[in-house]
Design a protein around this ligand. Structure first.
Ligand SMILES: Nc1ncnc2c1ncn2[C@@H]1O[C@H](COP(=O)(O)OP(=O)(O)OP(=O)(O)O)[C@@H](O)[C@H]1O
Ligand SMILES: [Mg+2]
Length: 458
């Protein structure tokens, strides 16, 4: 129930307001002076404070300035007598939500209070969401006690509070984006925007307008001005993902922006100052890209003021047990399961695997092992099943499990997967498996898989 605090030194006015607000379902408290209001505000934590402007002792504006804004900020409505509008305007300038003039009209009173409550609730919700973000992207929450990971988190803690540019490097799925967010949400910019753009996924012309925005008429279809990411992210952090894939012309545009700290919209002349912290990431060998001339050296040095190397999972197997428990708890919660542990042999299998997709792949394996599990521990069999079916999708670099495998079954699964990938087109599936169409058909018959093939040809 929204909590309202009515402050007025006239008992009659207080009572009228309380009666009206109570009957609307608000929890209404009253105070006869600013001092009394301050004394109870901490306990009742009002969503809205409705205060008279002119009072003996502390007036409405003084109360407005003194009222605690933490843990939540109340919306303050000032009530003024006719003829003191200028003080009301001053009050709004000092942060009051709105003002009402006497004599009070019941409808506009209730409308104002409702809006003020909405604002306070939104503020509360924002604070809650922010808290969740800060918790989710806490540097301490990044799993890994191995020396290589510790080194990375030490650097993160050191650089987070500053605005220094950071280059994060690591194979796919090693946590580059997670680290970028952790740096932002542990920086002084944490309440400011964090935005991300994938440099590999966007063609140059679009990329430019995405980053810098455009003016109306800059190109066909540019009907009105649009702000780009640099503007949207002003005073926040911009994450440039897959920076190694940025084209040379875009590299030089980006470099200029970083040097001048200003942008121009596409089709615009005006230079606009921007204050954006850059965090970039890549899984490419940038030094190699430098030597082949695919990456500008000056941009490279500008980006790698601080360099964070995220080790592949196979180089930090010490972290496997902690990661396994972490994801086990996560997916227990998510799927409402009660799996209590992971067999030592399963942990061993997880540690010995080479993890080409790193933590992302690791997470998926645990997720599926939990989902499929109807016992209360994860066994080595669960893990092998998951690793094995994952492997089929990615590469053939897999070991034959100790308990052996069923070759015919494997062949059958491969054919089904090929057919699924080829949308049921048999000739295409045969090609995917490097088989002649005739051999493929023969096997379809043999394994009774005809139903999986919807047509022979495109
Ligand atoms: N140390 C870690 N602790 C917990 N979760 C992690 C850790 N590292 C990565 N993850 C999780 O693994 C997944 C992949 O991480 P992320 O997307 O940051 O990787 P990436 O390096 O950006 O990958 P890609 O190169 O494929 O874009 C995410 O769900 C992330 O939360
Ligand atoms: Mg990523």
């Amino acid at each position: 129930m929204p909590v309202i605090l009515v402050v007025d030194d006239e008992p009659l006015q207080r009572d009228i307001l309380k009666t009206i607000l109570d009957s609307e379902g608000y929890e209404t408290h009253t105070a006869a002076s600013g001092k009394e209001a301050l004394a109870i505000a901490g306990n009742i934590q009002p969503d809205v404070v409705l205060t008279d402007l002119r009072m003996e002792g502390m007036d409405g504006i003084e109360l407005l300035e003194a009222i605690p804004r933490k843990p939540v900020e109340p919306s303050i409505i000032i009530i003024t007598a006719h003829g003191t509008i200028s003080s009301a305007v001053e009050a709004v300038r000092k942060g009051a939500f709105d003002y009402l003039t006497k004599p009070l009209d019941k409808d506009s009173l209730l409308l104002n209070v409702r809006r003020a409550v909405e604002r306070s609730f939104l503020l509360k919700e924002n604070i809650q969401l922010q808290k969740e973000l800060f918790k989710k992207f806490n540097i301490e929450g990044i799993i890994g006690k191995s020396p290589k990971m510790q080194k990375a988190t030490d650097v993160m803690k050191k650089v987070a509070p500053s605005t220094v540019t950071v280059l994060i490097r690591g194979e796919s799925g090693t946590g580059k984006e997670l680290v970028a967010k952790a740096i932002h949400y542990n920086s002084l910019r944490r309440t400011r925007p964090f935005t991300a753009i994938n440099c590999a996924a966007i063609p140059d012309n679009l990329f430019e307008s995405e980053l810098f925005g455009y003016e109306a008429g800059a190109f066909t279809g540019a009907l009105s001005r649009k702000e780009g990411l640099f503007r949207i992210t002003d005073t926040g952090t911009l994450f440039l993902d897959e920076i190694g894939d940025l084209s040379l012309p875009m590299q030089s545009k980006l470099l200029r922006t970083l040097q001048d700290k200003e942008i121009r919209r596409v089709g615009g002349k005006e230079a606009i100052k921007v204050d954006v912290r850059i965090i970039a990431a890549t899984n490419k060998d940038l030094e190699k890209e430098l030597s082949t001339g695919n990456f500008r050296e000056d941009l490279y040095y500008r980006l790698r003021v601080v360099n964070i190397e995220l080790p592949p999972l196979r180089e930090r197997v010490e972290d496997v047990p902690e990661l396994a428990i972490y994801f086990m708890n996560k997916y227990n919660r998510e799927f409402g399961k009660r799996i209590t542990g992971i067999e030592p042999a399963a942990l061993k299998a997880l540690s010995e695997y080479h993890w080409p997709g790193n933590i992302r792949q690791f997470e998926t394996v645990i997720e599926r092992a939990i989902l499929m599990n109807d016992k209360n521990v994860i066994t080595v069999g669960d893990i092998r099943n998951e690793l094995w079916s994952g492997e089929l999708k990615t590469s053939f670099n897999f070991d034959i499990p100790d308990e052996g495998l069923d070759f015919e079954n494997l062949e059958k699964e491969l054919m089904k997967k090929a057919l699924a990938k080829a949308n049921g087109i048999a000739t295409k599936a045969a090609r995917l498996l490097g088989m002649s169409y005739k051999t493929f058909l023969y096997r379809l018959e043999k394994f009774h898989l005809n139903g999986y093939s919807t047509k022979k040809n495109e």
